[in-house]
Design a binder for this molecule. Sequence first.
Ligand SMILES: Cc1cc2nc3c(=O)[nH]c(=O)nc-3n(C[C@H](O)[C@H](O)[C@H](O)COP(=O)(O)OP(=O)(O)OC[C@H]3O[C@@H](n4cnc5c(N)ncnc54)[C@H](O)[C@@H]3O)c2cc1C
Length: 250
Amino acid sequence: MARAAVLGRLTWQFGTLAEIVRETPRVSSLFFDVPEWPGHLAGQHVDVRLTADDGYRAERSYSIASAPQDKRLALTVERLDDGEVSPYLVGELRAGDRLELRGPIGGYFVWRGDEDRPLLLIGGGSGIVPLMSMLRHRGRIGSKTPARLLFSSRTLADVIYREELEHLGAAGDGLRVVHTLTREKPAGWTGYTRRIDEAMLREVAWPNKDSPAVFVCGPTPFVEAAASLLVAMGHDARSIKTERFGATGG
Ligand SMILES: Cc1cc2nc3c(=O)[nH]c(=O)nc-3n(C[C@H](O)[C@H](O)[C@H](O)COP(=O)(O)OP(=O)(O)OC[C@H]3O[C@@H](n4cnc5c(N)ncnc54)[C@H](O)[C@@H]3O)c2cc1C
């Protein structure tokens, strides 16, 4: 990576919020113009820093939702009502506001799109964000790598990127999108309606012999449950990459 890119990653810089898109009642995507952005890989994240008038600072990590090819840097944030930072990002920040961010960060939970192994993405709630960057990247480069997304949400209304996922899944380029809802069974719903379990993974995941590249992201208990199930089913632990977003959720 070029020197300027490494420096850019480590330095705080301002991004200007250009657009806000409401994804679900609790989740919004924020699109930033970042003049010195050094570029990123699908799956990486940024640190965001807020500074109050009295100098108090709070810092949080957010996955990058946009594809590396996109002009603007997108973050998708879920508002936790008792949270310190997310209610500000989702409820207070307005187009034209500036925000300090630093990145891209992380070289492990990334998908470059340059290998033939099938791709298995397992996301819970806002854990879809870095997986979406990978799927957007896959679409932009015209990859035909077989890919499956298993996405767990509480209710249909909570499904982040629902329409875009529908389009991507209908493109006929080897991506299959599978949803499970953990707290609702809407009328006419034909998808799963339970937490991810072994029977579901056996139906959705490639068998271990196909050596899929596996990415699991979401709240910590979700990630640990899904990864343990895969390992118990014989998947190679080294092929399972995980990103834990935090405490509870689910
Ligand atoms: C690498 C990485 C990438 C992340 N990417 C995203 C992302 O793309 N989108 C996104 O919305 N969040 C993401 N997060 C989570 C994010 O960093 C914050 O933890 C989250 O926004 C809560 O911050 P807060 O200040 O609002 O809440 P806090 O004030 O930190 O916490 C408020 C309350 O919520 C609980 N809590 C904290 N984090 C979570 C959580 N993730 N789920 C459920 N309960 C929690 C705490 O236990 C506490 O009770 C990511 C985290 C990591 C480590």
